[in-house]
Design a protein around this ligand. Structure first.
Ligand code: ATP
Ligand code: MG
Ligand code: MG
Ligand code: MG
Length: 561
């Protein structure tokens, strides 16, 4: 690429609304231009880097047997009504109407559309597993779009969705994505942490976030200084009281028994839609139903449950992103006497009896005594973990660092397949819902995060794999024929060898060219000046270290490679 023909509108001034370094540098390096709040044009240089991230992601996804497709960014309301999210999603969902007054939304994510594809084409276990992904523009009407590409309203995401016939299969699919994500962020040259984003160690569903460590991150990451435990701080909780949990909880009866009712039974009983029941976990004690797990995000239904079961489901402790929990605050999962209670599981009071547990077979306890076996006056008994707290895994000490969430993987279970009736026939000809996972990477956020981690006072210092050009060939005086011809030859040689190279052929002062090359962060700079050239030399400078070397013009291209 020739600078004179390219379009890199670098700026001296920093835009007034740019608070963080990536936003400042991307604006100054001519990578992005704001169009409206949280909405940007990706200028040529910005787009080249976005494509670099996309290529890495694509390579690793393909290697993990995920298959690329492209779904529409505009989605019909009907699909979201089927999953139940049309009412629930709130203001982040940009709703639009067409000329016939039909409702649509601009997709913030694509679970519904993918589930609809799979249910339309796959009806046998033989075609499973499948993992479909796309790299797509998303729109989320964020309350506070800020920090440039870090939190845009329109942004690019890679989103993948896996479909398996059972839990075991879904776990394998999840693990493949987990491994692929590690490769992706390593190839991007980022320093990151994988954190537990699940609400508890036990349960049929789980989730991890991939956090790029940077002081401008909006997330807090808890990690242990002596084992490898780390978690999103919202999910890592500690009990305020230091009183130990009693170890003598009665051997509780497992109530997730074969007597459990089906989704249809529960829906009919409660007079609600099947899609509003997320688990068929009817807690059946002595043939009396004492509680039922329904989606925790439905006040109306909770009230109904209360009426029907005379049960009081305590306040929610976790955002209802947690798909299949009932939303009760404190659960107690695992064997009696386990050292930590976990959030996101449930505790239900019914008929003077507490039931606690996790959404997993054999993990329900009844006849649990409040005060003896577990303790909660309110959610306030627990607080977010802080630096200095004792690690729940090993007794080490927690530390807190800031992170940018660049990736997030979920095991979804059957939330969408059940509500949207996406079923396949198993080996015995039985209809079963697909067990799903979903996996996102914020492509544009990765670019910003890379800059947050890799810059200095002069500008961006790209990790090599994300650099828009590997080498910048910089002739000091274009008017000097020998200088410009040498530069031209080196440039052509590099191009022929397949190297991404920028030739700064502008008739600008050297200072301007140096500043721009440093600002846009090209890893290697090759300077061709009259004086050095007279000695048959050129000067090569490494952007990251600032080190310079004189190299013979003769054969210099081989040295550069
Ligand atoms: P956040 O907590 O930052 O709001 P999220 O948890 O809502 O993100 P997910 O639904 O998990 O986001 O989406 C998958 C990925 O998409 C995120 O891990 C992040 O990298 C990216 N992403 C989400 N929201 C934005 C945004 N507003 N701008 C840029 N990237 C985003
Ligand atoms: Mg969000
Ligand atoms: Mg998040
Ligand atoms: Mg997330």
């Amino acid at each position: 690429m020739r600078y004179s023909k390219y379009f890199i509108p670098t700026l001296r001034e920093v835009p007034a609304d740019a608070e963080v370094v990536s936003h400042k540098l991307m604006a100054r390096a001519g990578m992005i231009k704001k169009v409206a709040s949280g909405i940007y044009s990706y200028l040529p240089l910005g787009l080249v880097v976005i494509k670099k991230v996309e290529d890495i992601v694509r390579k690793c996804m393909n290697e993990a047997d995920a298959v690329e497709l492209m779904m529409p960014s505009v989605q019909p309301a009907e699909l979201w009504q089927e999953s139940g999210r049309w009412d629930f999603y709130g203001k982040e969902l940009l709703r639009i109407k067409d000329r016939h007054n039909r409702e649509f939304c601009y997709g913030p994510t694509h679970e519904e559309v993918t589930t609809d594809i799979i249910r339309s084409y796959i009806n046998s276990y033989k075609a499973l597993p499948v993992n479909l992904y796309q790299i797509q523009t998303k729109f989320r009407d964020e309350v506070r779009p800020r920090f440039g590409l870090m939190r845009g309203r329109e942004f690019i995401m890679k989103d993948a969705y896996s479909f398996d016939m059972d839990d075991a299969g879904a776990n394998i699919s999840y693990q493949k994505m987990y491994d692929a994500y590690r490769r992706i962020f390593e190839m991007c040259g980022l320093r990151y942490k994988v954190v537990d984003a699940d609400s508890g160690a036990i349960g049929g569903s789980f989730s991890h976030e991939f956090m790029v460590l940077a002081s401008t991150g909006e997330d807090f990451v808890i990690s242990c200084n002596s084992c490898d435990y780390s978690a999103n701080v919202e999910k890592a909780t500690v009990r305020k009281s230091t009183e130990p949990f009693s170890g003598d909880m009665k051997a509780a009866e497992d109530i997730n028994t074969p007597n459990a009712k089906t989704v249809a039974d529960v829906a009919a009983f409660l007079n609600i839609k099947e899609s509003e029941v997320i688990k068929t976990m009817v807690l059946n004690v002595d043939d009396k139903i004492i509680a039922v797990c329904i989606r925790g995000d439905h006040e109306l239904n909770l009230a109904k449950v209360k009426n029907f079961f005379n049960a009081s489901v305590a306040e929610f402790a976790t955002p209802v992103e947690i798909y299949d929990n009932t939303g009760g605050p404190l659960g107690y999962s695992g064997p009696v006497g386990l050292k930590i209670p976990v959030y996101g599981d449930y505790a239900v009071e019914a008929m003077g009896n507490y039931c606690v547990g996790a959404n997993e077979k054999e993990m329900h306890k009844i006849n649990v005594n409040h005060g003896r076996d577990f303790n909660f006056e309110s959610v306030d008994d627990f607080r977010n973990a802080e630096a200095g707290d004792v690690c729940c895994e090993c007794g080490g000490t927690y530390e807190i660092t800031k992170g940018i969430e660049v990736g997030h993987i979920f095991k979804l279970g059957t939330k969408y397949s059940s509500s949207m009736n996406a079923m396949y026939l198993d080996k015995d000809g039985k209809r079963k819902p697909f067990v799903m996972g979903c996996y996102g990477i914020g492509i544009t956020r990765v670019v910003a995060a890379a800059i947050e981690q890799n810059h200095d006072e002069k500008g961006i210092v790209w990790p090599v794999n994300l650099a828009p050009f590997k080498i910048c060939v910089l002739p000091l005086a274009m008017k000097d024929q020998e200088v410009s011809e040498t530069a031209e030859n080196i440039y052509k040689d590099l191009i022929n060898k397949g190297v991404e190279v920028l030739l700064d052929d502008r008739d600008e002062r050297p200072g301007v060219k140096f500043n721009d090359a440093e600002l846009i962060g090209i890893p290697l700079r090759v300077v061709i000046g009259k004086k050095t050239l007279a000695q048959g030399k050129i000067e090569v400078t490494v952007r990251a270290s600032g080190e310079s070397y004189e190299v013979d013009v003769e054969g210099c291209v081989d040295v550069l490679l």
